[in-house]
Design a protein around this ligand. Structure first.
Ligand SMILES: NC(=O)C1=CN([C@@H]2O[C@H](COP(=O)(O)OP(=O)(O)OC[C@H]3O[C@@H](n4cnc5c(N)ncnc54)[C@H](O)[C@@H]3O)[C@@H](O)[C@H]2O)C=CC1
Ligand SMILES: CCCCC/C=C\C=C\C(=O)C/C=C\C/C=C\CCCC(=O)O
Length: 256
């Protein structure tokens, strides 16, 4: 799938991995709607984008993925401004084991919520052009991160949802591919500002740090390049792409 002129929506686009995904999609010719609840960071990124790419390639929309109303409005504005939606990157996420219901609401329910509303614009069954959806899960969507059981559960949920939606799309004819991105630890605020977020599992911070030291830390641009692969390679549907500092590979699941 060539990206020239394609229209992408990225959630959690203002910082970290979402910002890098946005920059990579822009560099490859797409127009991007940046959805985030951090208005200060989102507007500042827009200023940079406008200087680099000129006006009209990107649009910042203040949107909390917990709000159905804000998501609907943001998708409608994107479709009106750019002329549809071809690519969705469900990337917004948090890690907080204390406010764990919020973690579920953003990381898992948020992905489902944005996906269903975006499909109204993207699915060939409802007048869309088809396209591709990439969900940022995590390697914790494949194996357990002991210090973060609820975060782990949400990411396993995202991988399962992605694979089931890929099958539903193929069988029903949405014309939309679905893939999950599963990075190991990435150098962003989510990783560096963890303090009291582990709650009752804070005693496991040290063993997690040992895991981080052993696995190493990815930079956001490597992760964004993997998103580009999942977006552009039209053979990929229902895949979970594992991304490590030393390389990447597609997860093999048992066939049931
Ligand atoms: N940093 C890491 O080590 C890893 C992160 N991930 C996943 O990558 C995704 C992005 O994380 P990072 O870039 O590391 O985090 P980050 O904290 O650097 O950036 C997250 C962005 O999402 C936005 N956001 C948070 N809640 C939101 C909401 N309710 N609605 C809209 N926007 C919201 C934030 O404002 C921020 O701009 C998350 O889903 C995370 O779980 C996956 C594997 C590893
Ligand atoms: C197969 C085992 C699971 C491996 C999971 C690998 C990486 C996942 C990373 C994330 O998705 C989230 C990023 C941060 C980790 C969370 C806690 C770190 C706490 C460390 C500390 O406080 O020192």
């Amino acid at each position: 799938m060539a990206l020239d002129g394609k229209i992408a929506v990225v959630t959690g686009a203002a910082l970290g991995i979402g910002k890098a995904i946005t920059e990579t999609l822009l560099q490859n010719g797409a127009k991007v709607a940046l959805l985030d609840l951090n208005e200060t960071a989102g507007k500042s990124l827009m200023e940079t984008i406008n200087k680099l790419y000129g006006q009209g390639r990107a649009l910042f929309l203040n949107c909390n993925v917990e709000s159905e109303e804000q998501i609907k409005a943001a998708l409608q504005k994107t479709a009106e401004t750019f002329g549809g939606v071809d690519i969705l990157c469900n990337n917004a996420g948090i890690l907080n084991e204390r406010t764990w219901e919020k973690t579920v609401s953003i990381n898992l329910v948020g992905v489902i919520r944005v996906t269903y509303l975006a499909l109204e614009h993207m699915s060939k069954l409802t007048g869309g052009r088809g396209g591709v959806i990439v969900n940022t899960a995590s390697m914790a969507g494949i194996g357990p991160l002991f210090s973060c059981p609820v975060y782990t559960a949400t990411k396993h949920g995202v991988v399962g949802f992605t694979r089931a939606m890929a099958g539903a799309s193929t069988t029903s004819g949405y014309g939309v591919r679905f893939n999950a991105l599963c990075p190991s630890f990435v150098q962003t605020n989510l990783l560096s500002t963890l303090t009291s977020e582990l709650g009752q599992f804070a005693n496991l911070a040290e063993s997690t740090q040992q895991l981080i030291d052993k696995m190493g830390i990815l930079n956001v641009s490597d992760v964004a390049e993997s998103v580009l692969e999942l977006v552009t390679d039209e053979t990929k549907n229902g895949e979970a792409l594992l991304v490590f500092p030393k390389g990447k590979n597609y997860m093999t699941f048992p066939s049931l």
